[in-house]
Design a protein around this ligand. Structure first.
Ligand SMILES: O=P(O)(O)OC[C@H]1O[C@H](O[C@H]2O[C@H](CO)[C@@H](O)[C@H](O)[C@H]2O)[C@H](O)[C@@H](O)[C@@H]1O
Ligand SMILES: O=c1ccn([C@@H]2O[C@H](COP(=O)(O)OP(=O)(O)O)[C@@H](O)[C@H]2O)c(=O)[nH]1
Length: 735
């Protein structure tokens, strides 16, 4: 039975060795808590690190460690202290974490920790590859394992691989500073589906892929040579029932825990007191120091709330070997001490501060007792605490104040959304929350709860896995048209046995790869020789059919006796003959269109106009990719409006927009050409949209081939210009 393999750095359980025995405790952090319920209900395995290094496990306890892990349907990856220092405390949490959360000043670029990151990703790959069975699906999680998808894909191209990033993907301007940016992107592109919490993270990722790797990027697809990778956003949900049921149970059995008793005593003695809750890992991205300062400012600005509010702050120890986290701990300790010292009275302490993790029941105590949750991350991939707080409010009361910088804010617009750097706004919002009538709290929470209940973690995982399976169909469709060796030999056999054969060859992107300056793409010796050999074969006609102007084509191919078709069919030069127009066309429209194109050239660096006799082309290959696409969209709509009444058409080529007479296209040119003769073998090859006309208009028995993986009307596709050369060599080798 096929299974899903979940892989993350941190397993849902953490092992410790105390008194020579192995103990397991649940992991903290949204990835582990969220995925735990997905894993529990599946028949899959979870591969990851147990929290113990090789050096920490005595030989006689190794079996116990493995047993404790396997009991939870997990498989351990064995890591040394050196690995953890370089990979976890190093590259993951001193480079990627601060960089992806926009803390550039904390980001270190150390070659050694990068190397450790590579080594550990390879260690993970080994364990995963050992455990993959036919039909399994792989789901890799988070920033610690961004090289893993490509490492797996390389060895197991048959396996569907999903990747989910739990933290933000930063804007290109930030990501580009990473010295290993290409390696990271290539690692991720080993996946078939890449998921993000929000559309913005997805957009930033796609922009980096297009600018750094220069891949063709669509709305949510990246076209590689042999595969399509999908990127999409899936905001992670929580196990809603687990939290709401625990809260309901808690209400029924009140006053069971010490923490609960303490919280209740406070409320009894000050009946209108409000408890404000904050829960996070102790992390600079969570904005804890800002929150404390904003709370201090609130007490100063609205002194009437002294003695009437309390901030209950749970900060869970995290990554304490990283210096920034140690400094933050010190800063928080001092801030709490200073604020409590400044405002405390005999009967009131403004902040209750816990520096530890709490068991689930205590978390529920906190969630259900506190009237307000104040969550102010500076940057946060999602923030599940915000969702958990709302899920536990069984009577629908409670106010959530949430930073707009948390991914969760995008789905939780009924919360009070704040900018974590704006103390004025936080102080005013706290006042608003304290004074919010119950009816309004309920109204807001009803919406929030409905959404969280519906889009829970199960639905999130389901959506992701369904989309991952769909990528398989996509690849299958694509693979179905990739020309196989057998189909290729059948085609060559048909070629060999035909009495009258014709080959229509597109030029740019087909016979020659694209170059930055189109004038530099002249045919090389090998190409001239190959085409010449083919045209010499008996009963064989070669036609080069291009959007290029006739002078360029004529000069490049003057030595070879073949037919040339230029400007998509406007001009034709028969073998040994002269260039002639195929139809009487008007070109007076060019004077109107040229100034429009010139404006776009002025506004878009790197673009230029190519002027032909009957068409004008605006090239944007050398422009900034995003800007180029935006401007192409704008220009295309301007031109389409203009062309509607003028028999003009806009051709959307490969990084070029061409405006020309709409009655002219390659389809018309090829059908006109074959009309007069009875060819028994017809072949057409091309790479862009303008070639689709040929593929559509040629008879069904024609062999039509698209270069590059894109939607096409052609029967087959080949990867790139190198494969086109191979094919030409095979035609040349036939007699
Ligand atoms: O494993 P640690 O180094 O102890 O860190 C704990 C986890 O922190 C991060 O959590 C993120 O995932 C949450 C769920 O998607 C999301 O709500 C939150 O915004 C993220 O910060 C980290 O991404 C995990 O890999 C860590 O395990
Ligand atoms: O003592 C604690 C405090 C928090 N959490 C859990 O840790 C997760 C924190 O996830 P979040 O997405 O808010 O932030 P992250 O720590 O992953 O960045 C939530 O599921 C909390 O319930 C926990 O298990 N024990």
């Amino acid at each position: 039975m096929s299974k899903t393999i979940i892989i993350s750095n941190r397993l849902p359980l953490q092992l410790q060795i105390e008194n020579k025995t192995v103990h397991a405790t649940p992991s903290v952090g949204g990835l582990a808590t969220g995925m735990k319920s997905v894993h529990k209900d599946s028949n899959g395995v979870w591969i990851g690190w147990t929290g113990l290094t090789e050096e920490e496990i005595p030989a006689n306890l190794l079996d116990d460690v493995i047993e404790a892990t396997i009991k939870e349907q997990c498989i351990p990856v064995s890591l040394t202290k050196e690995d953890i220092d370089g990979f976890y405390y190093g590259f993951s949490n001193r480079t990627i974490w601060p960089l992806f959360h926009y803390f550039m000043e904390f980001t270190e670029f150390e070659k050694e920790s990068w190397q450790s990151y590579v080594t550990v990703n390879e260690k993970y790959a080994e364990v995963v590859l050992d455990n993959i069975e036919e039909g399994d699906t792989v789901w890799v999680h988070d920033y610690q394992l961004m090289l893993l998808p490509a490492l797996i894909k390389k060895k197991r191209p048959d396996v569907q691989i999903g990747f989910f990033l739990h933290i933000p993907f930063p804007s290109y301007e930030v990501f580009r500073t990473l010295p290993w940016r290409e390696e990271i992107l290539k690692g991720l592109l080993g996946s078939d589906l890449i998921g993000f919490h929000t559309y913005d993270y997805q957009r930033h990722f796609l922009s980096s892929v297009s600018r750094i790797l220069r891949h063709e990027v669509g709305f949510n697809e990246i076209t590689l040579k042999d595969r399509i990778v999908t990127a999409n956003s899936y905001p992670m949900g929580i196990d809603y029932n687990k939290f709401s049921k625990a809260a309901a149970k808690h209400d029924a059995t009140k006053n069971q825990s010490e923490l609960q008793r303490r919280l209740d005593i406070h409320i009894d003695t000050t009946p209108d007191a409000k408890m404000i809750l904050s829960i996070d890992r102790l992390d600079y991205s969570k904005g804890i120091a800002n929150r404390l300062r904003a709370y201090e400012y609130f007490l100063e600005k609205y002194p009437e709330f002294k003695e009437k509010v309390r901030l209950v702050m749970l900060a869970v120890p995290s990554r304490s070997n990283v210096p920034q986290y140690q400094l933050l701990k010190k800063e928080i300790d001092e801030l709490v001490g200073r604020i409590n010292g400044k405002f405390s009275s005999v009967s009131w302490t403004p902040i209750w501060y816990f520096y530890r993790s709490m068991p689930f029941e205590n978390l529920i105590d906190l969630y259900t007792t506190c009237d307000i949750a104040l969550l102010t991350p500076i940057r946060d991939g999602m923030n599940l605490v915000a969702k958990e707080y709302i899920a536990t409010r069984t009577d629908e009361t409670g106010v959530l104040i949430l930073s707009e910088m948390a991914g969760a804010a995008q789905e939780m617009s009924e919360a009070l959304i704040i900018n974590p750097n704006n103390f004025e706004e936080i102080a005013d919002t706290l006042k608003q929350a304290i004074e919010m009538p119950k009816a309004e709290q309920i109204k807001r929470n009803k919406f929030l709860q409905k959404r969280l209940r519906r889009y829970n973690v199960e639905k999130w995982a389901d959506d992701f896995m369904t989309a991952l399976q769909d990528t398989k169909h996509k690849s299958d469709i694509v693979k179905a048209i990739q020309i196989t060796e057998k189909q290729e030999s059948e085609m060559l056999e048909a070629y060999k046995n035909s009495e009258k054969r014709i080959l229509f060859l597109d030029y740019d992107g087909t016979l020659r790869a694209f170059v930055n300056n189109p004038e530099d793409a002249s045919p090389d010796e090998e190409l001239l020789e190959l085409v010449n050999t083919i045209q010499k074969q008996e009963n064989t006609e070669v036609v080069i059919i291009s959007g290029r102007d006739r002078h360029t084509l004529g000069t490049w191919w003057q030595q070879i006796p073949i037919t040339l078709i230029a400007e998509h069919g406007v001009w034709k030069r028969p073998i040994g003959g002269e260039w002639a127009v195929t139809e009487n066309l008007k070109n007076d429209w060019m004077d109107t269109v040229r100034p429009i194109l010139e404006k776009f050239v002025d506004r878009t660096a790197g673009t230029f106009i190519e002027e032909k006799n009957y068409s004008l082309a605006w090239h944007y290959r050398n422009a900034d990719p995003d800007l180029g696409e935006i401007r192409a969209g704008e220009l295309s709509s301007v031109l389409k409006e203009l062309s509607a009444n003028n028999d003009l058409g806009v051709l959307d080529g490969n990084k070029v927009l061409e405006i020309k007479n709409s009655t002219i296209h390659k389809g018309k040119a090829v059908t006109k050409h074959i009309f007069e003769k009875d060819y028994t073998f017809q072949f057409a090859i091309g790479d862009d949209w303008t070639d689709e006309y040929m593929f559509q208009d040629l008879p069904d028995e024609a062999y039509t081939i698209k270069v590059g993986l894109q939607k096409t009307a052609a029967k087959f596709y080949v990867d790139d210009t190198e494969r086109v050369r191979d094919l030409l060599k095979k035609f040349a080798a036939q007699d």
